[in-house]
Every structure is written in C-alpha cells, then in structure tokens.
Write a protein that binds this ligand. Structure first.
Ligand SMILES: [Zn+2]
Length: 133
C-alpha cells in the first residue's frame, strides 16, 4: 500500500491533467462505467472501479482545517448540474481526490459525504472546459 500523499493540485494543474488524455487508446465504452457520471453521481463502494483507478492528486488542502461549503455557480447552475463549473476552491471540489482511469484515461473526482449513519461516495468525471480559476 502506497502511503505517500498525492500532490495537491490547483486549477491549472487539474486542467493540465484533464487535458492530457490519451483518447486514441481509450476503450469505449469503458469498463469503469463512469462516462455518464457528469453530475456528482452517488457510487457505492462496490461500483467504484478500484482496480482501474489510480489516484493522481488531491484538491484537499491539508493546511485547511475546515474547507468551505460554499458552492460556485455564477451562471445559475446547481450542485448536480452537468455543466456546473469546477472551481477547486469551492465545495465540493475542495474535498476531492483526483483519479485517472487506467482504461479510458478519464480524470475523475471523488469525495465522500458523511451522514449520520451512512457514507456516500460522490463521483464526477472532469470536463476540462468546466474548470475555472
Ligand atoms: Zn474508464
């Protein structure tokens, strides 16, 4: 098990990772089945394609004790809008780890919501055009 912490990414770093996809060799449809997860899908531990996912970074600043819950929707989008902007300083991106699918090379964000009696893994594939800041 690799215990070294992944690099902290800013918007530029995330964008760079998201745009360096090897689409030519990408498998379609990909066995990760995350292509359609454009709007913070709830994904159970069983559905998360662990074997394909490589953690390449994080957006969670370890120096920040309590990252903000404020969201960023200047164009009137909502939390679960497929076209909501990806702002690394805002919720929920400021809690995300960044993964790359080994098969389709898509970049995927994941964070975990902790409720009273449950944990909920939320996943969104990264569209580089939506990254702001
Ligand atoms: Zn994939």
């Amino acid at each position: 098990m690799n215990t070294t912490s992944p690099p902290l990414l800013d918007a530029a770093g995330l964008k760079q990772l998201a745009t360096t996809r090897d689409e030519a060799s990408a498998v379609t449809p990909c066995p990760c089945r995350l292509q359609a997860a454009t709007a913070w899908e709830s994904i159970t531990e069983e559905r998360w394609p662990e074997a394909l996912m490589q953690r390449v970074g994080t957006l969670r600043d370890p120096e920040l004790h309590e990252p903000t819950f404020e969201e960023w929707h200047p164009a009137g989008t909502r939390y679960d809008s497929p076209d909501a902007p990806i702002s690394v300083a805002h919720f929920p991106y400021n809690r995300c780890d960044v993964y790359r699918c080994a098969s389709c090379t898509r970049l995927v964000l994941r964070y975990t919501e902790f409720g009273g009696y449950y944990v909920d893994h939320r996943v969104r594939v990264v569209d580089p055009a939506l990254i702001t800041g």
